[in-house]
Write a protein that binds this ligand. Sequence first.
Ligand code: SAM
Length: 287
Amino acid sequence: MSKLTDISYVKGILSKHGFTFSKALGQNFLINPSVCPRMAEECGCSDTVGVIEIGPGAGVLTNELAQTAHKVVAVELDKRLLPVLAETLAEHNNVKIINGDVMKLNLKQLIEEEFGEGRTVVCANLPYYITSPVIMRVLEERLPIDSLTVMVQKEAADRICAAPGTRESGAISAAVHYYSRPELLFKVSKGSFLPAPKVDSAVIKLNILKEPPVKVIDEKLFFRVVKAAFSQRRKTLANSLSSGLSIPKAQTAEMLSEAKIRPNARAEEMTMENFAQITSVITKFNT
Ligand code: SAM
């Protein structure tokens, strides 16, 4: 068992370096000994696969990843954790810590420089305040990675993994399913963290697809359609699309009829194929 899941050891090392937790930076460190080994196993790292970790904290997951991965590059925003990480990860010579904001770094360049042509995965216990932006950034930039295995709040995990066309789905479900095949791996109770957050978490794995699951005529418009459709969940799809895309109601009704979709259908009933169909019809009407 890693000493980084021993509460008194972690508290001791953090206080030695004068570290106090920042709520704003989403600092809830894992102390459940079974979680990190499982994440390291499920993320697909090996001695030929490199890992990018976002937010190593005190290094509990980094330590597990370093035991299996070819190399771990971990991006940590909080400078105060650098001396802590230097101490907790001292025994590993395949770990590089980069002090920076994951939302501002050039991740494509970082992968090229650190891993070259080698296979790469992302594995992280994400800071919750930027869960969706980080996931969407990694997917939209089409980073050359095999998968993204991340811990997120349970509710976010359910939404992200929900198949488009089901009641739990939202705009992020459609976006995630466009780029990847998501899997909900396992749940993690709030008591697994120091300090304990208010809600439970879950680990999800997004397996990157080589090709999107649907053919889309105009990708930018496809995502505008998805966003508009879910912008007012209580409204019908026709009303949300009409106001979200500034298309007159009569024309929206005509387009939905052409796409063979009921005018009173709701966004959550739409499959990926439906969203692709709506995109094609709008393109057709506008040309
Ligand atoms: N990996 C550790 C663990 O599992 O115990 C810490 C996870 S904690 C939920 C999130 C970590 O992300 C913190 O260490 C925090 O400082 C860091 N962080 C927050 N915002 C960040 C950002 N924009 N870029 C990089 N790291 C960030």
